[in-house]
Write a protein that binds this ligand. Structure first.
Ligand code: HEC
Length: 154
């Protein structure tokens, strides 16, 4: 079970360009909306985890695990929203640099996938507490930010 989840989170986030060479099922405008909606889903999960760390919501390892897996699921759908024609969509904040530096962009996805996998694993262990959560969730958050810093327009 855990192994499956692990594969899910990492494969999805690393496979950002898996579909880029094939014809897409989506119109470029729709793909960008879909992509942005997936990021909103991920953001909503992060906010719940943040609220647990700040004591605004009761902390539970199971809840952290569920939220982290939700991010993995949303992330696993991102790949099909990344194909070259989306570069011309005005509402997209993806920097064109992502296409010219695809390996760098993918590396950010891979780093993020690793941090997320680590969080999914750690939060499924007995005794996972707020202190561990702070560190593991912090690493995931840095993964989000680090990609935005380099590949998303402000
Ligand atoms: C590998 C790169 C990468 C990672 C990792 C990443 N993002 Fe993003 N994110 C982007 C890019 C690129 C966009 C802009 C997409 C577009 O507009 O086409 C974006 C857009 C967003 C948006 C704006 C969506 C909208 O409505 O326009 C939010 C919110 C967001 N990301 C949250 C997150 C969160 C939270 C995480 C971590 C859990 C995360 N992102 C991880 C690259 C990344």
């Amino acid at each position: 079970m855990l192994k499956q989840l692990k594969t899910l989170a990492v494969a999805g986030l690393m496979g950002l360009t898996a579909t880029s060479a094939q014809a897409s099922a989506f119109d470029p405008e729709d793909a960008v909306k879909y992509r942005q909606a997936l990021y909103q889903v991920m953001s909503a999960q992060m906010n719940v985890m943040g609220a647990m760390l700040q004591g605004r919501q009761e902390f539970s390892a199971e809840a952290v695990n569920e939220r982290a897996r939700n991010i993995g699921m949303a992330g696993s759908l991102l790949g099909e929203t990344y194909f070259p024609e989306t570069a011309d969509v005005d509402s997209s904040r993806l920097l064109s640099r992502a296409w010219s530096d695809m390996s760098g962009f993918q590396a950010k996805g891979a780093e993020f996938g690793q941090a997320l996998t680590a969080l999914i694993e750690a939060s499924s262990q007995e005794g996972f507490d707020v202190r561990q959560a702070r560190s593991a969730i912090g690493a995931v958050q840095r993964g989000c930010r680090s990609c935005h810093d380099d590949y998303r327009a402000r």
